[in-house]
Design a protein around this ligand. Sequence first.
Ligand code: 5AD
Ligand code: SF4
Length: 510
Amino acid sequence: MDEKRFAIRTYGCQMNVHDSEKVATLLEDSGLSAAETESDADVLVINTCSIRDKAEHQLYSDLGKLREWKSEKPGRVVGVGGCVAQQVGDKLLSRFNHLDFVFGTHNLRRVPAMLEGALDGRRAAWVGVDTSPERFDLPTRRPELPQGVRRRAFVTVMEGCDMFCSFCSVPSTRGREISRVASEIEAEVAALADQGIREVTLLGQTVNAYGRHDVRRGKAAAAGTMPFAELLMRLDAIPGIERIRYTSPHPLFYDEDLIRAHGELESLCPHVHLPVQSGSDRILEAMRRRYTRERYFGIVEGLRVLRPEIAITSDLIVGFPGETEADFQDTLDLVARAGLIDSFSFKYSPRPGTGAAEMGDEVPPEVAQDRLQRLQAQQRDQTLAYHQSRVGEETLVFVDGQSRRGGNQVSGRDPQHRVINLDLRAGHAIEPGMKLAARLVEATPHSLLGEPLDSSIRPETEVSAGRTPGSGATSQDFTGSRLTSGAADADVAESVDRAAGSAEDVLRVL
Ligand code: 5AD
Ligand code: SF4
């Protein structure tokens, strides 16, 4: 396979992004190298998403266009993986005769062999389910390291989903929940820290369900798993890891320990992306989400009491079957009351084989579109208000690289996962692992502009990154009665007020 170059086109969630990193590693280990662009590539892999109709159609449109790409150079190979591959399987091969191989979400390790077969003219599809823990045992390339700028990495802790929300195709594309052995996760994170990684994002479809089946059956010790909060504690203790994030959690799996972890663990970032989907209890039930809006508020309040500067973001669906204007108003109300600082919102898209697809009672598309626009307008206002409330604050930015504007402006993330752009002074180059303390000076709807503080221009090892300087209570400050409100806006302030007084009260609500 000498001298062949590959490119990977990735759609969908961070799990897919991480799977693509794993496929890239496997291909590099087989002697291929990464192409600069798709037109330089001999092998093109598309990692697909089927969460909504649109995402699935994207594949068919891509494959149509790739006929020409393939015919431009002899020996080119096209492979398709991810969630559409898992669902449609070998039918993709019969539908697209220029497609060479198809691999499901559990079959990444077969990619090199399938590619070798394809180069010999053999087409194949592997979409079998693998329930063994060895499934996690894949090397991961860190594409960011050679460029020497990024210091962030994904780490898979669990895969699959047993929740079967009535709108969602994930249980059928990603399979049953399976948690990775904790010592392997720890070893991976420690190895990453040795390689210079300073921030890890723990990945799983319902990431905070980690270990739950083993714990419930009393088999955690034998399985090598543990409750999610305990895993976070272990990872927090690993030297060099300054920031831990996780995505995406399910509200059902927040227990007291996990909420407390947000007040206690130095490296756990003050940001949670906590999908709520709807603000209406009626719709939540029809979605089979298994929580109420009050429970969601309870979690958010608990987190805010223990970590006042925490930023909560979410996923929302509008136009779910049977959603009335009153249900939708409940969603708008939840977005305000929970003080969501940002959200991804989607029009409901029926997925074949899911419960909701059979419900009938569809919301007309123009009504769904109108609701989406109203929701997004409200969110834009809230996001901007949040950004404005942070102007004047000091924060710490892990720089990812040059900003979109280019020049000497860099872009990175602060502990709350906001995009922060910073203008470097002349002669101040972008350095590997750069972290800049900055004062936030200007808010826009999508990002904040910061000015680097002079004190922050120093070698990596001297910069401590766990907490945002000057951003509210630290775990040491927290006594239950000395709550400092790092609240973003009136709504947030209100929910902190309601929760203030005693964290114990909030935790008892759960
Ligand atoms: N229609 C619309 N949005 C969906 N999501 C998942 N399934 C659907 C669907 N059928 C959204 C949810 C989820 C996010 C990843 O995608 O909000 O949290
Ligand atoms: Fe889909 Fe629900 Fe599982 Fe999330 S928890 S992946 S929305 S089924």
